[in-house]
Design a protein around this ligand. Structure first.
Ligand SMILES: *[C@@H]1O[C@H](CO)[C@@H](O)[C@H](O)[C@H]1NC(C)=O
Length: 99
């Protein structure tokens, strides 16, 4: 389940820091911040966007030139929560999490 702060961050496209440090495998697991995922993957000029209401409709967009790219959520989970973490989904657009 996403933390309220993560949901607000997704809705407002405002980045927040996740509580778990990257190397703390004991505390791994939690919500996915799509903005943070785009920043990690492409750089800080990128934002999260969505093309529809399905769980696979997230993508990243470079706000300075309009380029777009997919989000690698497994890479985000590994970087954020440790090597064994993977992305999972409970059904919908807002239901992504890291194991
Ligand atoms: C994002 O756009 C800027 C401006 O065109 C460009 O300099 C930068 O390389 C782009 N970033 C990526 C990762 O493509």
């Amino acid at each position: 389940m996403l933390a309220t702060s993560a949901i607000l961050a997704l809705a407002g496209l405002v980045p927040v820091l996740l509580a778990a440090p990257a190397d703390d495998v004991v505390a791994r697991g939690g919500g996915i911040n799509m903005v943070d995922a785009c920043h990690q993957q492409y750089g800080n000029t990128w934002a999260a966007a969505r093309s529809g209401s399905g769980k696979y409709d997230w993508y990243c967009v470079n706000s300075t030139n309009g380029n777009t790219g997919g989000i690698d959520l497994n890479a985000y989970c590994m970087r954020t929560y440790g090597g064994g973490s993977q992305a999972g989904n409970n059904g919908g657009l807002w239901d992504w999490y890291c194991t």
